[in-house]
Design a protein around this ligand. Structure first.
Ligand SMILES: NC(=O)c1ccc[n+]([C@@H]2O[C@H](COP(=O)([O-])OP(=O)(O)OC[C@H]3O[C@@H](n4cnc5c(N)ncnc54)[C@H](OP(=O)(O)O)[C@@H]3O)[C@@H](O)[C@H]2O)c1
Length: 339
C-alpha cells in the first residue's frame, strides 16, 4: 500500500514522503480498514513541527481519522462486519491506503454520509462532544466562549452549544467572522485584532461566563480564568499558541503564561479547570470513547450535527493540505481523498 511518511520535522513538502509498504497487521480486537479518505487535525501540524509529544519516532505514518470499509477484522470484534463503511479514530497510521485500529474506535456509518462530514466525527466531533456533554453540562442560556470557533473542533463545539441553546461567544481570524454568524455564534470576535477579554467583559460585566473551551492556552487561558463567573468551567484541550514558540526560552515563557493555580483558588471562587486529551480517553477508557463516537455518529446521521467540510485535497496533495491547515486559513474539516 501507499502511505505518507513523516520523515523529518520541516515544512510540509520536505517533511513528508510517499512510500510503498506492507498493509498494517491487525490484532484480535482490531479492524483493518481500506481507506476512502483521511482527515487532518491540528495535532498533525504540531507533529510535523516536532511539537507533539505523543507522536511516534520518525519515520512514521501520522493521521488520526479515516473513513473506509472494513477489509478484515480480529476474531473478538463484534460491533462491525467485513464490508461495513465506518468512521474511525486511528492511533496514528491514518495517512495511508489501509489503516488498523481498535474496534472500540470504529463506528458504522451510512453509505450516503458525505466523506468529509464522516471524517470530522471521529476526532474533532468526539472531542467536542466529550467536552460539552461529558466534562461539563451545558444548559439553556449558559454564556459560553469557544476559541478558534471556525475550526474543526470549534465548529463542532458551536453546533453542540447551539443544540443546548447557549449564548455563544466565538473567536476567529477576521475572514471567518461571517462563517461564525452563519453557524449561530451570537458574538463573533476577531481576537487577533481586538482583545476578547475586553469585548466580553464590556458585554457581561461582573456576571462572568459559564464555560470556556480553550484550545490555544497560555495567556488565552489565563485571561479566560478571569472571565469565568462563579460555577464557571474552563475546558483546556490544546496549546495552539505553542506553534509560535521556536526556541526553548519562548516555549518556557509560553508555559509560564498559563498562570499558576492553587486548589484553594478553585474552591474560594467556585471555578474549575478541566483538561481533556482524547487520546488518553481512547487508550485508557475505550468504552467511554466508543459511547461518545456512537452518539456523535447518531446525531450526525439525524442531521442535528452537520460538519463543515472546508477543503478537499487529492492523495498526492497532502503537503498542500497540511500547509493550508497550518496557515490559519481553513474553516471546518480539511480532508484528503484516497480512493
Ligand atoms: N485535547 C484533545 O484531545 C484535542 C483533540 C482535537 C483537537 N485538539 C486541539 O484543538 C485545537 C483545534 O484543532 P483542530 O484540529 O480542530 O484544528 P482547527 O481549529 O481546524 O485549525 C486550527 C485553527 O486554530 C486557530 N489558531 C489559533 N491560534 C493559532 C496558532 N497560534 N497557530 C495556528 N492556528 C491557530 C486558527 O484559527 P483562527 O485563526 O481563526 O483562530 C486555525 O485555523 C488544536 O489546538 C488541537 O490541538 C485537542
Amino acid at each position: 500500500m501507499k502511505a505518507h511518511f513523516l520523515i523529518r520535522h520541516d515544512q510540509a513538502p520536505k517533511a513528508f514522503e510517499i512510500r510503498e509498504v506492507e498493509k498494517p497487521i491487525f490484532q484480535t480486537d482490531e479492524v483493518q480498514i481500506k481507506v476512502e479518505g483521511f482527515g487532518l487535525n491540528f495535532a498533525d501540524v504540531m507533529a510535523m513541527k516536532g511539537l507533539y509529544r505523543d507522536c511516534p519516532p520518525l519515520p512514521t505514518i501520522i493521521g488520526y481519522d479515516v473513513v473506509g470499509r472494513i477489509e478484515a477484522k480480529g476474531i473478538n470484534v463484534t460491533n462491525v462486519a467485513v464490508g461495513d463503511r465506518v468512521t474511525a479514530l486511528t492511533r496514528f497510521g491514518g495517512y495511508a491506503e489501509y489503516a488498523v485500529t481498535k474496534s472500540a474506535a470504529v463506528a458504522k456509518i451510512s453509505e450516503d454520509l458525505e466523506l468529509g462530514k464522516a471524517l470530522a466525527l471521529s476526532t474533532q466531533y468526539c472531542t467536542a462532544y466529550y467536552c460539552t456533554e461529558e466534562m461539563t453540562r451545558l444548559h439553556e442560556g449558559d454564556k459560553v466562549l469557544v476559541h478558534a470557533a471556525a475550526g474543526g473542533v470549534g465548529t463542532a463545539l458551536v453546533q453542540l452549544a447551539k443544540w443546548r441553546k447557549c449564548e455563544i461567544y466565538g473567536t476567529a481570524s477576521s475572514h471567518k467572522l461571517d462563517y461564525l454568524q452563519t453557524q449561530g455564534v451570537h458574538h463573533p470576535i476577531d481576537y487577533r485584532n481586538e482583545d476578547f477579554f475586553e469585548v466580553i467583559q464590556r458585554n457581561i460585566g461582573d456576571a462572568g461566563l459559564d464555560v470556556i473551551f480553550d484550545p490555544i492556552g497560555g495567556p488565552y487561558l489565563k485571561k479566560g480564568m478571569k472571565l469565568l463567573g462563579s460555577g464557571g468551567r474552563m475546558i483546556s484541550f490544546g496549546a495552539s499558541e505553542l506553534t509560535n514558540a521556536n526556541n526553548l526560552f519562548s516555549k518556557m515563557k509560553f508555559l509560564w503564561s498559563f498562570g499558576i493555580y492553587h486548589p484553594v483558588f478553585f474552591i474560594s471562587h467556585s471555578k474549575s479547570l478541566i483538561g481533556v486529551n482524547m487520546l488518553r480517553i481512547a487508550d485508557n477508557r475505550p468504552k467511554v470513547f466508543q459511547r461518545v463516537l456512537e452518539k456523535v455518529v447518531e446525531l450526525a446521521e439525524q442531521g442535528i450535527l452537520n460538519p463543515t467540510v472546508g477543503k478537499v485535497f487529492e492523495f498526492e496533495e497532502l503537503p498542500q493540505a497540511i500547509e493550508y491547515l497550518a496557515s490559519r486559513q481553513s474553516i471546518g474539516k480539511v480532508i484528503v481523498k484516497v480512493e
